[in-house]
Design a protein around this ligand. Structure first.
Ligand code: NAD
Length: 262
């Protein structure tokens, strides 16, 4: 049987879906976060983003964003730190005047079978992937409550739903994010603040580049669309969730996985 695969479209149409909205995205120096930052900017949003350490990719992201003509600024902050998250949100509010969209994107893996997983690797993954969303959402909540408007997007994963051998810490953190998303949607929906999660499958970034070719090939065989996703595939769904197109969508988990998990 011949399987025909289609290449992802590189250029999404620009429709000003986020015109004049202010977005704050964590961990957007590269990968999915960067793709979301650029896609948001192309749709007219002003973009504040955080990164852990300022390096070449982060500087480049700031430059690329500014080149689109919107206002953009990068902030060094550890999203897993409660204090730093509050400080950064205060600073973003001073610099941008409002925050309409929060994307809790920062995330890490420390994969290992449970029998070899250290306590430090469990704690770190839960802190960076799950506590960071608590930190940032708590800091942004009063601003969105005052505005009576906001969209919060949490970057979960399909393994937060399915589980994955060798990723007990990561899967637990992403499952936790989904519970967090649904709870926040219920708590502050009455103030016109929406909270949704995106569950990417296998997306081609530095995070998945660490995997061996054999593991990557095996993943791709299980994907009905027969390819890994691109960061832009995820960013397109983030545009939808950040924009008014999704004004009646809250508490949901949208899978971006090429049909891998149905
Ligand atoms: P990546 O490693 O390329 O990027 C992650 C970014 O988060 C980096 O810029 C990193 O500096 C930043 N970061 C890490 N710790 C941070 C911290 N404490 N504070 C602030 N920033 C921090 O990974 P990616 O593939 O772009 O992943 C982005 C998100 O998508 C993550 O939450 C990841 O779990 C999730 N995800 C990725 C995939 C995939 O296949 N790539 C699949 C499902 C979910």
């Amino acid at each position: 049987m011949n399987i025909i695969t289609f290449a992802p479209s590189k250029k999404a149409p620009i429709m000003d879906l986020l015109k004049n909205k202010v977005a704050l995205i964590t961990g957007a120096g590269r990968g999915i976060g960067k793709a979301i930052a650029l896609a948001f900017a192309k749709e007219g949003a002003h973009v504040a983003f955080t990164y852990l350490n300022m390096g070449e990719p982060e500087l480049q992201t700031e430059q690329e964003l500014n080149d689109t003509g919107i206002k953009a600024k990068g902030y060094a902050a550890d999203a897993s730190s409660f204090e730093q998250s509050q400080e950064i949100v205060d600073q973003v509010l001073k610099d941008f005047g409002r925050i309409d969209i929060l994307v809790n994107n920062a995330g890490i893996t420390r994969d290992n079978l449970l029998m070899r997983m250290s306590e430090a690797d469990w704690d770190l993954v839960l802190k960076v992937n799950l506590k960071s969303a608590f930190n940032m959402t708590k800091a942004v909540q009063p601003i969105m409550l005052k505005q009576r408007n906001g969209s919060i997007i949490n970057m979960a994963s399909v393994v937060g739903i399915s589980g994955n051998a060798g990723q007990a810490n990561y899967s637990a953190s992403k499952a936790g994010l989904i519970g967090f998303t649904k709870s926040i949607a219920q708590e502050i929906g009455s103030r016109n603040i929406r909270c949704n999660a995106i569950a990417p499958g296998f997306i081609e970034t530095a995070m998945t580049a660490k995997l061996s070719q054999e593991v990557r090939d095996n993943w791709i065989k299980t994907i009905p669309l027969r390819r890994g996703g691109t960061p832009a595939d995820v960013a397109n769904v983030a545009i939808f969730l950040g924009s008014d197109l999704s004004s009646y969508v809250s508490g949901q988990v949208i899978h971006v996985c090429g049909g891998m998990l149905t």
